[in-house]
Design a protein around this ligand. Structure first.
Ligand code: PHE
Length: 340
């Protein structure tokens, strides 16, 4: 039996040396040290030995058992260490690799254009006044001197919410809100915001766009103030070498009314496709606030005068970046947005 123990130990140790993974290790343990393993089976035969041999064989069996258990523990530790080693190697982070570039967002061209406009008018002492996009018919038209059925309403078709409520077609209704809020104080504000028009969407016109309205009301405000303000704006927005002209026009809420033109930034006034060979680009509608409109805002036209203007916001961005289709502004195509 001693001989059997010896050869069992030898066999077990040899088998253990070939074990390389946790599965095989478990199998080895069941096979040699388990409750029905080789060593246990062998030790069950102990009782059949003559009593005087038992202590010696018993001791030997215990020694083999301990030896196998120790060898098992050692092997187990070695396999675990090797596994950890492999895992560390596989999950290693190479801290010397260059980082991934962070994609930077940027401001929408309309926002850039708006902020430039705010900057210029802030420098001239204008405040920014926020007015609503959803308006009463009364404010968008009536109080601006366009009673129901006035033919000038045909210039602006819009989206109706119900019989009285619509999406504003221009920022001019904000003039009434501003006057009613500021009365009886003098006013110098710009009113930026979105406007809507129910019309065919083309490369040149969207159903939704931005405007910036300007309103100045006070004593002794004249057309010269309007002209000076527009000239300053045009030079700062489009370049110091630009020329400006005021061309007679018509709006129901201003009298007299003008269009503010800038000599074409693309051809310098020689005439090109963009300016339709006129040499001029229209950048704003403007005029002296109509007495009826002043009165609707609460101001006495015998005491107060004022001027107003309304300009597009996408247009200057189109000129600056040579964008030839206004639909890009709201189509959310990152290929467009990432360029500017
Ligand atoms: N509201 C006019 C438009 O949308 C522009 C304008 C504003 C004209 C203020 C005169 C004064 O066309």
């Amino acid at each position: 039996m001693l001989e059997q123990l010896r050869s069992l130990e030898e066999e077990a140790l040899a088998a253990l040396a070939a074990v390389n993974d946790p599965e095989a290790l478990k199998e080895w343990r069941v096979r040699y040290l388990g409750r029905r393993g080789a060593l246990t089976t062998l030790m069950r035969g102990l009782g059949k030995l003559p009593p005087e041999e038992r202590p010696q064989v018993g001791q030997a069996a215990n020694r083999v058992k301990r030896a196998l258990e120790e060898a098992f523990a050692e092997r187990e530790a070695a396999i675990k260490a090797a596994e950890l080693e492999a895992q560390l190697a596989a999950e290693a982070v190479d801290v010397t690799l260059p980082g991934r570039p962070v994609a930077l967002g940027r401001l929408h061209p309309t926002t850039q254009s708006l902020r430039r406009i705010y900057e210029i008018f802030s420098d001239m002492g204008f405040q920014i006044y926020d007015a609503r996009e959803v308006e009463y018919d009364e404010y968008n038209f009536g109080l601006l001197n366009m009673p129901p059925h006035h033919p000038a309403r045909d210039m602006w078709d819009t989206f109706w919410i119900n019989d009285r409520v619509l999406l504003r077609t221009h920022t001019s209704p904000g003039q009434i809100h501003a006057m009613r809020e500021f009365y009886p104080n003098p006013i110098r504000v710009i009113l930026p915001g979105k406007c809507y028009r129910y019309e065919q969407v083309t490369a040149r016109s969207e159903f939704m766009f931005y405007q910036v309205e300007g309103l100045v009301v006070g004593r002794n405000i004249t057309m010269a103030d309007l002209k000076g303000t527009m000239e300053n704006f045009v030079r700062r927005m489009y370049g110091g070498e630009r020329r400006m002209r005021l061309r007679g026009s018509y709006f129901p809420f201003t009298e007299p009314s003008v269009e503010v033109d800038v000599d074409c930034v693309l051809c310098g006034g020689k005439g090109c496709r963009v300016c339709k060979y006129t040499g001029w680009l229209e950048v704003a509608g403007a005029g002296m606030v109509h007495p009826i409109v002043l009165r609707n805002g609460g101001y006495d036209p015998d005491e107060f005068t004022g001027y107003a203007f309304g300009m597009g916001v996408e247009r200057p961005a189109m000129l600056k970046y040579r964008i030839d289709d206004i639909r890009y502004f709201y189509s959310n195509d990152p290929r467009f947005l990432a360029q500017i």
